[in-house]
Design a protein. Structure first.
Length: 134
């Protein structure tokens, strides 16, 4: 991935692994979502405050390429790089990399939008400003 404005370090917990001893494929989406929420908080966008105003950030598409499996106790980083896809759609290019070797575990593109209180796609001003600087 190119310039990464945000990276979050995490660790695999035992209960996230399946019978084969590797992280279950669905768990990776939890890692990605947590990192996106932390990224938004880091730039001053409060996911919960938006929801309280009737503005809901929603995922409309997830593309994940699985390259390598994490196992219990592995440390890793989740990288987040936002991009504007259209007037009302945003994307988050994300990668998970194992620590300490930096091996790429997955790469993903998560696409989403925001729904205004009437349920119509409309990015909130603060998010639109951030995406406008990219």
């Amino acid at each position: 991935m190119e310039h990464i404005p945000f990276s979050l370090e995490m660790s695999v917990r035992d209960y996230e692994c399946d019978m084969q001893g590797v992280v279950n494929n669905a768990v990776y989406q939890n890692y990605l979502e947590h990192a996106r929420h932390e990224y938004l908080k880091s730039i001053g966008i409060d996911f919960a405050a938006l929801a309280a105003q009737g503005i809901n950030l929603v995922v409309t598409r997830v593309e994940i390429d699985y390259r390598f499996s994490l196992t219990s106790g592995d440390r890793f980083t989740v990288e987040v790089r936002p991009e504007r896809i259209s007037k009302v759609r945003m994307g988050f290019r994300q990668a998970i990399r194992r620590i300490p070797d930096g091996r790429e575990v997955i790469s993903a593109l998560v696409t989403g939008t925001a729904l205004n209180p009437k349920g119509r796609p409309q990015l909130p001003k603060e998010l639109d400003e951030v995406l406008g600087k990219l």
